[in-house]
Design a binder for this molecule. Structure first.
Ligand code: HMG
Ligand code: MG
Length: 302
């Protein structure tokens, strides 16, 4: 078994984490969270999304958040863009990377972005060209890659189909997302294998929500395949407003703790990361949804 010696974590907390919050989170709090994450050594942060504010009101301050961040040269700041309107709105914020997202499930894609999978690809083709012409990196994301709240289990062929279409329009990296956290290691492995038919191992990442507590196991299974890039969310925040019952992403703290224990380099300062998760959890008046964070905070208190 050969495991990667280094792992890149993209903290999606400010976006995936906060998009699902019912009460408005002030722009300054979002900006502070981004600052704490970069202080903790995160080199990739998914900051916000340029989606319709009618669909996701929490992300309506996208441009203000991007403008308020003190950017570091060695950090890559990404934003979600669901269409040309979103991409064009994002350009003034100078994202380093945009994320285009579709799904392996028709029913979910329709609910999330009001179009079919094929229509989403048609919509994205000019967005990808425009972004790449400006030197903006394009990451893709396939939601419901193992299971869907509306269609149930998803066959790997569905994932392969979307990965192929994304590849054809020039998307440079493919994130395989277990939106509702139902995946288990062998199913996740099959979804990864399907994606590997069109993307290199160095251009694939895993995005696992932790609804059923399987996310770390799914990361380990993917690590064993050589996949070394993962999304995670500070304090385990998150969920998708269009995926009922799904809870947050795997906590960045839990992933960082596991990788540290395995001797795999992430560049993250775990103590500072705990502080970042505690900051946003205190603001939201709840405990961090991370076992590692709970353990470390208890130890600090004791
Ligand atoms: P639509 O209603 O079909 O859009 O929504 P439309 O083109 O017909 O436009 C309708 C109105 O929206 C118009 O305004 C547009 O200007 C406006 P009106 O004339 O009514 O005043 N509009 C926009 N406004 C701001 N920014 C835009 C934009 N586009 C249109 N970009 C649309 C289609 C895609 C816009 C909508 O469905 C949408 O915004 N969906 C996003 C949903 C979302 O953000 N979901 C969560 C993120 S994905 C996720 O969490 C999964 C992920 O984490 C991976 C995983 O876990 O699976 C990535
Ligand atoms: Mg997600």
């Amino acid at each position: 078994m050969s495991l990667p010696s280094k792992v890149k974590l993209v903290d999606v907390g400010p976006r995936d984490g906060l998009q699902n919050e019912k009460e408005p989170v002030p722009t300054e709090v979002k900006i502070r969270l981004v600052h704490l994450l970069q202080d903790a050594g995160l080199k990739d942060i998914e900051v916000t999304s340029f989606v319709s504010p009618k669909w996701v009101p929490q992300m309506a301050d996208n441009a203000q958040v991007m403008a308020g961040i003190e950017r570091r040269k060695d950090v890559r700041y990404s934003v979600l863009t669901p269409n040309m309107q979103g991409f064009e709105a994002s350009v003034a914020s100078h994202p380093d990377e945009i994320v285009v997202f579709s799904a392996a499930s028709e029913a979910f894609n329709k609910r999330n972005t009001n179009c079919s999978i094929d229509e989403s690809i048609e919509r994205y083709a000019p967005v990808v060209s425009a972004a790449r012409a400006k030197g903006i990196f394009v990451r893709g994301s396939i939601s419901c890659a193992v299971g869907c709240p509306y269609e149930g289990e998803i066959a790997p062929e569905r994932v392969e189909y979307v990965a192929k279409l994304f590849k054809q329009i020039g998307v440079q990296h493919m994130g395989v997302a277990d939106t509702i956290g139902v995946g288990t290691p062998l199913k996740v492995r099959r979804a990864m294998e399907a994606t590997l038919k069109h993307y290199d191992i160095n251009d694939i990442s895993g995005h696992f929500h932790d609804t059923y507590g399987q996310a770390l196991a799914n990361i380990l299974a993917s690590l064993e395949m050589g996949i070394w890039q993962y999304d995670s969310s500070s304090a385990g925040l998150g969920g998708c407003p269009y995926a009922k019952g799904a809870t947050g992403n795997v906590a960045t703290e839990d992933v960082a703790y596991m990788l540290q224990g395995m001797g795999i380099d992430t560049g993250i300062d775990l103590d500072k990361l705990i502080d970042a998760g505690k900051y946003i959890s205190d603001f939201l008046q709840r405990k961090p949804n991370s076992r590692a964070s709970t353990a470390i905070l208890n130890k600090r208190a004791g």
